[in-house]
Write a new protein. Structure first.
Length: 501
């Protein structure tokens, strides 16, 4: 269906793609595999018309083509679901789905009823029970990801590019998506599928194409491939997955949370978080697992002071009560939060790597009341090296980094505050196996140095790999607590499923 020949793309002198060649076959799921920074997303943006300036040739339906923009690609039958959500936050779900392809009446006005009806039908197919008139800004990341999928399914595309489509959606939504993919294959659609969740690829992929450092390494059928084979082809070496061994027991409570509740912003008698109490010990990694809507992110935000007027309860750090009225109070108490949505809440995308890393420590970056470039360079170099951030320089804009490297910049920014309590909300969303391993090592190292760490994750293997103790949440409540060495995927999932289902 589509062939790419010798595709080369450079950014500011840095080669992102170097003579990449691939084939996308009709009626198959073609998995594009590689580490963060391998060039996967850049290549997909070229195929979908986001980037028009590149060397090489694309042959689509046996004809050479060169799209100048995404509208041309869409008109030709190529749709893309972006890894980094590409929605307008203050427009409704319907308006986002039909943006640039609005339905009009015979009078030339917008046919809002028909668009709303079709949007509702699409959401029904994707099992998302949300009013189509809801503004995107009020949706959680996982729900926004479903809207991205709905946008791609609206058009009768022949090639559908899915860039990390399951990075922020729940297990139920993943199963719905896989069902849709199966139907698309029956309809002889061509699917290019990028995911760092290798288990997914073995379930749905028919073929694989491996990229490494902007070059094509190998392609072939998934049948007969193993997990270790794929990882070795991605990184060019064997990767040993880091796991938490039993840490020294430390009963010194670093953070104590008692009866913490968070009111719903609109429904007065409804609570998003309900009387939560727990301790976090010094040097402990506390995993928190829950399905979408369980209240995990809301709990982290409440502790960090983002919703102080709607939050009740008490918190102690080292046995001393703290009063957090805003995030600055949390930071001053030694608490840091790496948020779930790095693009919206974690980075200033239009600023460079150096500035983003230094944003949380501006007071320390001054000399005689003025920002010191020398101090900023020193700090950014330290964390760029420590976290192995791949960037052309520390002056590269954050928006031009791969998703995994953006996440590392957010981590660097908060580690620069030398926190005592580090809260990580989905710290490895959209990150490849090697980068995940590096972040796991970093988390373990920080815990060994005495930090108390909370890891919120929707990936059960991740929670089981890094945690000392695991809390399970459902409908705003803590429903179970397990020592990590006694927890199983079945027992955690059982506790995570709301009793009302």
């Amino acid at each position: 269906m589509l062939v790419a020949e010798n595709i080369t793309k450079k950014f500011s002198g840095v080669t992102a793609l170097d003579r990449v060649c691939l084939e996308l076959h009709a009626g198959k799921v073609n998995a594009i595999i590689g580490e963060n920074g391998a060039g996967k997303s850049t290549l997909m943006k070229i195929l979908s018309g986001v980037y028009a300036d590149y060397d090489g040739q694309i042959i689509y339906k046996n004809r050479p083509i060169r799209f100048q923009n995404t509208r041309q690609a869409q008109a030709a039958g190529i749709a893309i679901i972006h890894q980094e959500l590409n929605l307008i936050p203050y427009l409704s779900i319907t308006e986002n789905i039909f943006l640039g392809r609005e339905i009009t009446t015979s009078w030339g006005t917008l046919d809002k009823n028909q668009m709303r009806t079709r949007a509702k039908s699409l959401l029904g197919k994707l099992k998302l029970s949300v009013d189509p008139d809801t503004k995107i800004s009020s949706l959680k990341v996982g729900q926004q990801q479903v809207i991205e999928i709905a946008r791609a399914l609206l058009t009768d595309a022949e090639v559908i590019i899915m860039d990390e489509p399951t990075s922020a959606i729940s297990e139920n939504e993943v199963e719905v998506l896989f069902g849709i993919i199966a139907q698309l294959k029956k309809d002889n659609k061509t699917i290019a599928y990028i995911s760092h969740k290798l288990d997914e690829l073995f379930k749905i992929a028919d073929r694989y194409i491996v990229l490494r450092d902007g070059k094509t390494i190998e392609s072939g059928d998934m049948q007969g491939m193993t997990h270790d084979n794929i990882i070795q082809k991605m990184v060019g070496r064997e990767i040993k997955i880091v796991r938490r061994t039993q840490s020294d027991k430390n009963s010194n409570a670093l953070l104590s949370v008692s009866n913490l509740s968070l009111k719903h912003p609109e429904r007065k008698n409804d609570l998003l978080v309900k009387n939560i109490s727990f301790n976090l010990n010094k040097g402990e990694i506390l995993g928190i697992f829950g399905l979408m809507g369980a209240g995990r992110t809301e709990l982290m935000e409440a502790i960090f002071g983002l919703h102080a007027k709607r939050t009740t309860g008490t918190m102690l750090v080292d046995g001393k009560q703290i009063n957090i009225k805003a995030p600055v109070d949390a930071i001053n108490s030694g608490i840091a939060l790496v948020p779930e949505d790095r693009k919206k809440d974690g980075l200033v995308l239009g600023l460079d790597v150096r500035t983003n890393i230094c944003l949380t420590t501006l007071n320390n970056m001054q000399t005689m009341g003025l920002l010191s470039a020398r101090k900023e360079v020193s700090l950014s170099k330290k964390y760029t090296a420590d976290l192995r951030i791949k960037a052309s320089s520390d002056k590269q804009l954050a928006k031009d980094l791969s998703g995994g490297n953006q996440q590392k910049v957010v981590l660097a920014k908060w580690l620069a505050t030398t926190p005592r309590i580090l809260m990580l909300d989905e710290p490895t969303r959209g990150i490849d196996i090697n980068a995940k391993n590096e972040i796991y090592k970093l988390i373990l190292r920080q815990a060994d140095e005495g930090l108390g760490i909370i890891v919120v994750s929707s990936e059960l293997p991740e929670i089981l790999a890094v945690s000392d103790r695991i809390l399970v949440m459902a409908e705003g409540n803590i429903t179970a607590e397990f020592p990590a060495n006694e927890a199983t995927e079945d027992s955690i999932l059982k506790a995570a499923i709301p009793k009302t289902i």
